[in-house]
Design a protein around this ligand. Structure first.
Ligand code: ALA
Length: 542
């Protein structure tokens, strides 16, 4: 008698890690779901935390790395409930920044799938060429050399070209591995950098970025017909609503664990929508047993106050178009997918595009209204970096903002000028500053940074601003986060007697204190890792 015991998802994880480590990869932990890249909402792929390394391989902690990255993708939200689409999933990936290229990447994938997982490849696809991007004949040859009987299909940019994430970044042709008709592994050859203007430039060092969904891999390895039958979903939901609840629950818990709160904006709004959808599906099914902790519960109770009336109102409408849908959102907080779930065929012609359009129009109007109310000063509430709601908060974030410039300068003094800002976020309570640096800071380094900042505060240096043409501003050696973020001409804030002898100078929109003495005492409260090669400091003033 022989029992076949399917591999658990834990065993799949371990096999992947062992395989990649034994083939010269450095293992890197999953990074946050909320990346610092201002052009993306969530981490959607394993490569997100390594994005800077493709243009700057010297920055990478190792040439070849591998990870299992938690990801959130809202692009597939309307397909969730089918066999294989999720909003939250984990991605197994191996990456190279100048270590290896197509030969090695394809061989690794072939060996892992056929030998380690014991699977049979249905077929693979390669990039057939389109526009100015030439066909990838190498990959076809490499696959055929590994297995002459393998079927190689060709497709264009829509299917076999990946990236970039956000506004710009590395991207390139792909080869994809299919098992049981399901796309299992996407191997991206990052040969290009796509600019904001959608121009493709050749990367100096071509890189590798691969991604394989853990849930889909488990599905084929465990011989299941859909991801919900794998051991990753122990309650194996069978109906669409149950599956959506299972998927969204995982996304909600993961996002709340990162400190995200439901709101009406950006990331927070995605979280709100996911929660409201589950609440609605439960409400319609007459159950109420989903328990995802206090943040979920609070949002649920809030939504339940209007959901019943919203459903009643929706029931009165024969044909739900974008205008009606948006009105229901505004009055009762019903998100698009909730309206779709409830109204069914009556919302058959409603599209996400049309709804989002109404949403954007509304946001633009309310932004204009808010700016008028705050005397055209803009909401200091939220410049992206600074958030303040009233004059006291404004004063606090202004002091913290200048302190953050001092911190940046002090870090470069102590750790070296390869330190660059990788993001920042300032609330009335604290500043949070992310910067490129490969390792943990020692206690001595942290103390030295604090002392330099406090010394600059004690000297009560003047803070001044000049407006310069961008090119000239660059020539002054003033620091900037990333150039494209700033207008031309640009404001440069400097701390010290003049530009030449400044302790700190940065491109910046302000606001700042007039003298550093206004800041008070500066204290670092935490230093931690955000992603490979990026550290985060939290600091307060008193
Ligand atoms: N970054 C590639 C993807 O997400 C591997 O499919």
């Amino acid at each position: 008698m022989c029992y076949f015991v399917a591999m658990t998802h834990q065993e799949i994880r371990e096999k992947f890690r062992n395989f990649m480590e034994s083939h010269g990869h450095t293992w890197v932990a999953s990074s946050s779901l909320l990346p610092d890249d201002p052009s993306v909402l969530f981490t959607t792929a394993g490569m997100q935390q390594f994005k800077p390394y493709y243009t700057n391989p010297a920055m990478a902690p190792a040439k070849n790395v591998a990870s299992i990255q938690k990801c959130v993708r809202t692009s597939d939200i309307d397909e969730v409930g089918d066999e294989s689409h999720l909003t939250f999933f984990e991605m197994l990936g191996n990456f190279s920044f100048g270590g290896y290229f197509k030969d090695e990447a394809i061989r690794l994938a072939y060996d892992f799938i056929t030998r380690e997982m014991g699977l049979t490849i249905d077929y693979v696809s390669v990039f057939g060429g389109e526009d100015t991007v030439p066909a990838d004949d190498d990959s076809e040859r490499i696959w055929k050399a590994l297995d002459p009987s393998i079927e190689v299909r060709k497709a264009g940019r829509a299917d076999n070209f990946w990236g970039p994430t956000g506004d710009e970044g590395p991207c390139g042709p792909t080869t994809e591995v299919y098992v049981n008709g399901i796309e299992i592994w996407n191997i991206v050859f990052n040969q290009y950098f796509q600019t904001k203007e959608k121009e493709l430039r050749l990367l100096e060092t071509p890189g590798i970025d691969t991604g394989m969904g853990l849930e889909r891999l488990a599905m084929v390895v465990q011989g299941k017909a859909n991801i919900y039958e794998t051991d990753l979903f122990p309650n194996h939901p069978t109906d669409r609503a149950g599956r959506i609840i299972a998927d969204h629950s995982r996304a909600i818990v993961a996002l709340i664990a990162e400190g995200l709160e439901p709101s009406n904006k950006d990331r927070g709004y995605v979280l709100r929508r996911l929660i409201r959808r589950i609440v609605t599906l439960e409400y319609m099914a007459g159950r109420s047993d989903v328990d995802l902790g206090p943040v979920y519960e609070q949002e649920k109770q809030k939504f339940l106050k209007t959901l019943g009336t919203g459903i009643k109102e929706l029931g009165r409408v024969a044909e739900v178009d974008a205008a009606v849908a948006f009105r229901l959102y505004e009055s009762y907080g019903l998100p698009y997918e909730v309206i779709k779930d409830i109204a069914g065929a009556r919302a058959g012609s409603l599209t996400r595009g049309a709804f989002d359009e109404k949403f954007k129009e509304h946001q633009a109007k309310s932004r204009a209204g808010a700016e008028k109310k705050f005397g055209g000063h803009g909401l200091l509430l939220d410049t992206g970096e600074l958030k303040a709601g009233n004059p006291e908060e404004l004063q606090k974030v202004t002091r913290l903002h200048t302190a953050t410039h001092l911190l940046h300068a002090a870090l470069r003094e102590v750790l070296g000028t390869e330190v660059h800002q990788a993001g920042s976020d300032i609330t009335p309570e604290r500043t949070r500053f992310d910067f490129t640096f490969p390792r943990k800071l020692t206690d001595e380094e942290k103390a030295a940074v604090e002392e330099i900042v406090n010394d600059a505060i004690k000297r009560d240096l003047a803070v001044n601003m000049v407006t310069l043409p961008k090119q000239e501003a660059e020539g002054t050696g003033a620091l900037f986060f990333f150039k494209e973020k700033y207008p031309d001409p640009v404001n440069v804030y400097y701390v010290g007697p003049d530009m030449l002898n400044a302790f700190s100078k940065e491109f910046c929109g302000g606001p700042h204190v007039t003298h550093t003495g206004e800041i008070g005492r500066f204290t670092i409260t935490k230093e931690e890792s955000v992603s490979a090669g990026v550290r985060r400091i939290r600091a307060v003033i008193s």
